[in-house]
Design a binder for this molecule. Structure first.
Ligand SMILES: C[S@@+](CC[C@H](N)C(=O)[O-])C[C@H]1O[C@@H](n2cnc3c(N)ncnc32)[C@H](O)[C@@H]1O
Length: 314
C-alpha cells in the first residue's frame, strides 16, 4: 500500500491531492504534519513543479520524512516546529503558500513505539506522550496525572476523552498518587479498571489515553492558533485542507471555514462592518469528507478521519 513503509498509512490521499492541485502555481505547499511523508510524497509526485515545506514537531518523524522524500530533495524544505509556529513564519513576509495540509493527531509509528508512551499495549510504557520527545521539553502525561487538581483532571478526561466516568477517574488518580506517583501505563490502566468495576475494553482505555495526549501536546490551542495564520499565509486561490480525528478539532475547523466563507466576518461586537462584506474565501467541502468503505477495509485506523477544505479568495 502507498506510503506504507511501516511508518504510517496516509489517509484520504486522493482527496488531499485533488483539493491541493487546484491552488495557484506559485509558492510552497506546507505539510504541517508531515509524519512519514506519505501525503507529501503524493503531492510531489502528482502536482508537477510543486514545492513542499515539510513540518513536524517530532524529530523522529522529520528524520523519516527526509528519508522517504529523498528523491525530491530539491523540492522540499524541512522544519522541526509546531505547525502554528511554522504558519506564523510562512506569513511573516506576506502570503507565500499555494496550499497547506494539516493531518492532525498522531502517526501509527508514534502509537506503536512503546517508549513514547502514547499507547497502552505495554503496561511498562512510560507515561510520556510528548510529540516533540524529551528534547522538546514540556509536561509529560505523568506530570499531569501527578500535579493537576481533581477538577482539571476531570475536565481533561471529560472534554478531550468524552469519558463519562471522568469525575470518578480523576478522584481515583488523586487518591492513588498519594501513595505511588504515576510513572507507567499500568498504573493508569489499574485506575481505569477500578473505576469501570470490570475489565475496561480497548475503547475505554483509548479515550483516557487520547485525553491525556491532547492535554500534554496542547493540541487544540495549536490548531486554534494555526487556522487564521495559515489562512493569512495563503496566496490568493490557495487551498487549506485539514483532516481531524476528534470531534472538538473537527468542530473548530468547520466553524472557522464557515465563518471565513460568509460575506461579513466582523466580530459580532463591532457596531459596523469593516470587512466590507466580501467573503475571505470559499468552502470547498459543503459536507465533511470521510474515508470510503474500501479505504476503511484497507486501513481501519482511518475510521475517525474527517476532511474539510477551504480556498482563499482572489
Ligand atoms: C497523522 S500523523 C501525519 C501523517 C502524515 N500525513 C503521513 O502521511 O505520514 C500526524 C503528525 O503530525 C505531527 N503533529 C501533530 N501535532 C503537531 C503540531 N501541532 N505541530 C507539528 N506537528 C504536529 C505528529 O508528530 C505526527 O507526526
Amino acid at each position: 500500500m502507498e506510503g506504507s513503509s511501516g511508518y504510517h498509512v496516509p489517509v484520504l490521499l486522493d482527496e488531499v491531492v485533488r483539493f491541493l492541485r487546484d491552488g495557484p502555481d506559485a509558492g510552497e505547499i506546507m505539510d504541517g504534519t508531515v509524519g512519514g511523508g506519505g501525503h507529501a510524497a503524493r503531492i510531489l509526485q502528482d502536482i508537477p513543479g510543486s514545492r513542499v515545506l515539510a513540518v513536524d514537531r517530532d524529530p523522529d518523524a522529520l528524520e523519516e520524512a527526509r528519508r522517504s522524500l529523498n528523491q525530491w530533495s530539491g523540492r522540499v524544505r524541512f522544519l522541526q516546529a509546531r505547525f502554528d509556529e511554522a504558519a506564523r513564519g510562512a506569513g511573516v513576509m506576506g502570503p507565500s503558500l499555494r496550499g497547506a495540509l494539516l493531518d492532525l493527531g498522531v502517526s501509527s509509528r508514534q502509537i506503536d513505539a512503546d517508549a513514547r508512551g502514547f499507547a497502552f499495549r505495554s503496561g511498562d510504557a512510560p507515561l510520556d506522550m510528548r510529540m516533540g520527545g524529551a528534547a522538546g521539553g514540556g509536561r509529560t502525561a505523568a506530570d499531569i496525572l501527578n500535579r493537576e487538581d481533581e477538577g482539571e483532571l476531570t475536565r481533561i478526561f471529560r472534554q478531550y476523552g468524552e469519558e463519562r466516568r471522568a469525575g470518578r477517574l480523576a478522584r481515583e488518580v488523586v487518591k492513588r498518587r498519594r501513595t505511588e506517583p504515576f510513572e507507567r501505563a499500568r498504573q493508569l490502566l489499574d485506575a481505569i479498571t477500578v473505576v469501570h468495576r470490570r475489565s475496561p475494553d480497548a475503547g475505554d482505555k483509548a479515550r483516557v489515553f487520547q485525553a491525556l495526549r491532547i492535554a500534554v501536546n496542547d493540541e487544540l490551542a495549536s490548531l486554534e492558533q494555526a487556522l487564521p495564520l495559515l489562512r493569512d499565509a495563503l496566496l490568493p486561490g490557495g487551498v487549506l485542507v485539514v483532516i481531524s480525528y476528534h470531534s472538538l478539532e473537527d468542530r473548530m475547523v468547520k466553524r472557522a471555514f464557515r465563518s471565513w466563507s460568509r460575506s461579513c466576518v466582523c466580530p459580532p461586537e463591532l457596531p459596523l462592518c469593516t470587512c466590507r462584506g466580501a467573503p475571505l474565501g470559499e468552502l470547498l467541502t459543503r459536507s465533511v469528507v470521510r474515508p470510503s468503505d474500501e479505504e476503511l477495509a484497507l486501513n481501519p485506523r482511518s475510521r475517525s478521519a474527517r476532511l474539510r477544505a477551504w480556498r482563499r479568495g482572489s
